[in-house]
Design a protein around this ligand. Sequence first.
Ligand SMILES: Cc1cc2nc3c(=O)[nH]c(=O)nc-3n(C[C@H](O)[C@H](O)[C@H](O)COP(=O)(O)OP(=O)(O)OC[C@H]3O[C@@H](n4cnc5c(N)ncnc54)[C@H](O)[C@@H]3O)c2cc1C
Length: 442
Amino acid sequence: MTLDNHDGAHADPSIFAPDFREQPYWWDAAPRPSLPPRQLPRRVDVGIVGSGHTGLVAALTLARVGRSVAVFEAADPGHGASSRNAGYAGRSLKHSFGELLERHGTERAVTVYRDMRAAFDWLFTLVEQEQIACKLVHCGRFIGALSSRHYEGMAREYELRRRHLGEEFEMLPPEEVHRELGSDHYRGGALIPDHGSLHPGLYHLGLLDRAISAGVEVHGRTAVGGIRRESDGFSVATTRGAVTCRDVLVATNGYVDKATPWLRRRLVPFHGYIVATEPLRPGQLARILPHARTVIEFTHNIFFLRPSPDGERLLFGGYTGGPEPDLKRKAARLHAALLRILPDLAGIRLSHAWSGKCAGTFDLYPHIGVHDGVHHALGYCFAGVPMGSWMGLKAARRIMGAPDAATAFDALPFRTMPLYTGNPWFVPAVMKYWDWQDRRSL
Ligand SMILES: Cc1cc2nc3c(=O)[nH]c(=O)nc-3n(C[C@H](O)[C@H](O)[C@H](O)COP(=O)(O)OP(=O)(O)OC[C@H]3O[C@@H](n4cnc5c(N)ncnc54)[C@H](O)[C@@H]3O)c2cc1C
């Protein structure tokens, strides 16, 4: 069974709890900090554009080796996807392992997926080392199949990963889905026992605190308008003045803008949407997600479901695509989709709905590199919690000239499309194409 991606659900007011907010659920426990404005420095070793976890991990890494670092953020720190995502910590790439094996051979496929693994493992190391209380756990992930063809495809893919990468998994036939999810919607699925989840708001606040404590200057409400090469580095023009930086890292992912036109031509911003339910009745969540795992689908255009870290609510996302001017309407469509997966939730109301931007790339790989002397790390294609953190580390190591800066993605050409200047008008058509592919694959 598929969920209609284009139904016209209206925003029935009764589905919204009295305290409903169009704001990330995460911001209740981790409100966005409004840092007091401080004078801009005249010169720093490294200027970083964007204060998500890519920018902050890079900043922290550089400050710890004695570099002076300024982070420029157009809004309040962490305004972007880093405090808005679903908090899944996995090893997801838009190219399956099987596809990479077929197209590029074993060595390349293993190298790419080993890097995904390194990013995933390092996230746990970082959180542990920095003692960031962000509810990071190895909760495990259930990946739902919408048909027996999906189920078989999934079994093949995870068997390949087990053989070549040693990654464990378990296939759950349809009659065993209830072990993991109280729903009859899926025709079986795969369980990846070691995938993780975290509270993105707390993860971001922890990184921000560690970066500031290490001496990083974080300048909120300081939008970068352009970067110009000079004899001794770069002049970074901001809404509050210019700063000379010996090196610059752009870490703006889905929020890339006119300040960096070369990157803007290479990134395709997509809007992601999530809703949170009001607290469930006692025992209800345990019946739906008995092991409190994250849930996702084995399709391009996915729905995803997870418990809130306090075990009280469900968070549900999907209908990724273009901008939606009426967030309540999008929330109503998500509410309807949630009830089709979990009909027992009839009557449940929503407490939060929000959106955020992620960045697709034309080759569906993340990108890290240098163009005209300016470093970049971005394009995580919807899965940037471990990868963005890892790329922040690697970009910093590259700026330091460290020998361990390499990633599996360094040598990829960063392509654009003729006539594309950064206006992603075609995103709804891409999503329709993926819907069609998903239906065809059933
Ligand atoms: C709804 C949603 C759900 C997601 N769920 C997951 C998930 O569960 N797991 C996962 O791995 N990934 C997920 N992602 C993706 C993940 O959140 C992102 O890949 C990651 O947060 C990117 O981090 P970042 O630091 O690179 O960019 P961001 O956190 O987006 O930060 C970029 C920052 O740059 C700033 N900026 C832009 N231009 C300028 C400028 N000119 N001057 C100054 N500042 C500027 C922006 O204001 C923004 O704050 C999700 C994304 C969305 C939108």
